[in-house]
Ligand binder design. Structure first.
Ligand code: NAP
Ligand code: 3JM
Length: 340
C-alpha cells in the first residue's frame, strides 16, 4: 500500500453494520485521513469512538460527500437510492451494503475472494455493491469447488442471526429472553412472530413466486457473481434466535466428481476460509465461535450419497463482518491499492 491516506464517509454509522465498519477500519489499519460519520436526524449530536477519539455524527445530506474518496453505505436501500448517486457525483466511490444496486447490470457486485476483477467496473457509475450476507459466505466457500469441479446446482437452507435485521432486532431477542426469564409475557415488534425459541422461514418480504426476497437474492446474486446464468440455485432462508453468525447447510451437485477429502484439501488453502471439520472431537463451525472473526468457517464436509457428484457442507460466518462490514472494507482496500 502506498503513502496516500483517504477520506472515508460511513453512511449509517450508528447502525449494527456501520458500527462494525468502524471497528473493521481500526482492526485492518485502513489508510485513513479523515473520517465522516453520517446518520439520520435522530443521531445528531451523538459521538462515536474511533481510534481512541470521539467523532461527531452528522446528518446525511446530498452535500455530505465533498472531498470524500470512499463512502461506505449501510443506511438501508432507500437511503442508498437517494444518496449514493450524489456521493458518486461528488467524486466518492460508493461501496453500498444495501440491495439497492446489486442486480443493476452496470454496477459491479463483488466478493473480493471470488470476483475481484469486477471491481474495475466501478468507473461507470462510481458505485460497487456488496452482496447479501448469506450469498457472500456461501460463495467464499464454494468458489474453489466451482473452479475445480464446476457446480451445476446449489440447494441451500440458512439459519440466520437477528443482527442481520439491525440493532432493533438484536434488542428484541434480548428483551424476549429477559421477559421469558422473568416470567413476563413475550412481545414482538420487529418480527411478525416471537423469535425466541423459534425459527421463522421468513426473511425480507414474500414475492409472487412464493419465495422470500432474501431467497431470491441468493439465487440472483450467485448467478451474477459467478457470471453463470446457467447455475441452478434454490434457497430456504430462516431467521433463528442467534445474535451473531449465519449458518448454512449447502448441498451442491458438481459437473465433475470431487471427493470429500478433495474438497477439504481445496478449502484448506482457500482465501478467507477456515476448515473446522473434526467430527470425532465434535468440531464443526458454530455461530458463537464465528462472532468477531474474519474467516468463513466450513465443516461437515461429506459426499451426498444420493447422487453421483454431490457434496454437503456447513458454512458459518459473522454476518455483520464478512457478511457486510468486512467485505465492504476489503473492497475499499482493493480500491486504494489498485484504482485510487
Ligand atoms: P440498523 O442497525 O437499523 O442501522 C440503520 C442505520 O441507518 C443507522 O445508522 C441509521 O441512523 C441509518 N439511517 C436510517 N435512516 C436514515 C436516514 N434517513 N438518513 C441517514 N441515515 C439513516 O441497520 P443495520 O443492520 O446496520 O443495516 C443497515 C443497512 O445495511 C440495511 O438496511 C441493509 O441495507 C444493509 N445491510 C446489508 C447487509 C448485507 O448482507 N450486506 C447486512 C445487514 C445490513 P440512526 O441511528 O440515526 O437512525
Ligand atoms: C439486509 O432499506 C431496506 O429495505 C434494507 C433492508 C435490508 C437489506 C436490503 O435489502 O438492503 C436489511 C438487511 C439487507 C440486505 O443485505 O439485502
Amino acid at each position: 500500500m502506498g503513502e496516500r491516506k483517504f477520506n472515508v464517509a460511513v453512511a449509517g454509522a450508528t447502525g449494527a453494520v456501520g458500527g462494525a465498519m468502524l471497528k473493521v477500519l481500526e482492526r485492518r489499519d485502513f489508510p485513513l485521513n479523515n473520517l465522516r460519520l453520517l446518520a439520520s436526524e435522530r443521531s445528531e449530536g451523538r459521538k462515536l469512538k474511533f481510534r481512541g477519539e470521539e467523532v461527531a455524527v452528522e446528518v446525511m445530506r446530498k452535500d455530505s460527500f465533498a472531498d470524500i474518496d470512499i463512502a461506505l453505505f449501510s443506511a438501508g436501500a432507500s437511503r442508498s437510492f437517494e444518496f449514493a448517486p450524489a456521493a458518486a457525483a461528488a467524486g466518492a466511490v460508493v461501496v453500498d451494503n444495501s440491495s439497492a444496486y446489486r442486480m443493476d447490470p452496470e454496477i459491479p457486485l463483488v466478493v473480493p475472494e471470488v470476483n475481484p476483477h469486477a471491481i474495475a467496473g466501478y468507473k461507470k457509475h462510481g458505485i460497487i455493491a456488496n452482496p447479501n450476507c448469506s450469498t457472500i459466505q456461501m460463495l467464499v466457500a464454494l468458489k474453489p469447488i466451482y473452479d475445480k469441479a464446476g457446480i451445476k446446482r446449489i440447494v441451500v437452507s440458512t439459519y440466520q442471526a437477528v443482527s442481520g435485521t439491525g440493532a432493533a432486532a438484536i434488542a428484541e431477542l434480548r428483551r424476549q429472553a429477559e421477559d421469558f426469564a422473568a416470567g413476563r409475557t413475550i412481545k414482538h415488534e420487529v418480527y411478525p412472530h416471537q423469535i425466541l425459541f423459534n425459527c421463522l422461514p421468513h426473511i425480507d418480504i414474500f414475492l409472487d413466486n412464493g419465495y422470500t426476497r432474501e431467497e431470491m437474492k441468493m439465487v440472483n446474486e450467485t448467478r451474477k457473481i459467478f457470471e453463470d446464468n446457467g447455475i441452478g440455485v434454490t434457497a430456504t432462508t430462516v431467521r433463528v434466535p442467534v445474535f451473531y453468525g449465519h449458518s448454512e447447510a449447502v448441498n451442491i451437485e458438481t459437473d465433475r466428481k470431487i471427493s470429500a477429502s478433495g474438497v477439504k484439501d481445496l478449502l484448506a488453502s482457500a482465501p478467507g476460509v477456515k476448515v473446522v471439520d473434526g467430527p470425532d472431537l465434535a468440531q464443526y463451525p458454530l455461530a458463537v465461535d464465528c462472532e468477531g472473526k474474519f474467516e468463513t468457517m466450513v465443516g461437515r464436509i461429506r459426499e451426498d450419497e444420493s447422487i453421483a457428484n454431490g457434496i454437503n457442507l456447513w458454512v458459518v460466518a459473522d454476518n455483520i463482518l464478512k457478511g457486510a462490514a468486512l467485505n465492504a472494507v476489503q473492497i475499499a482496500e482493493v480500491l486504494v491499492e489498485k484504482y485510487l
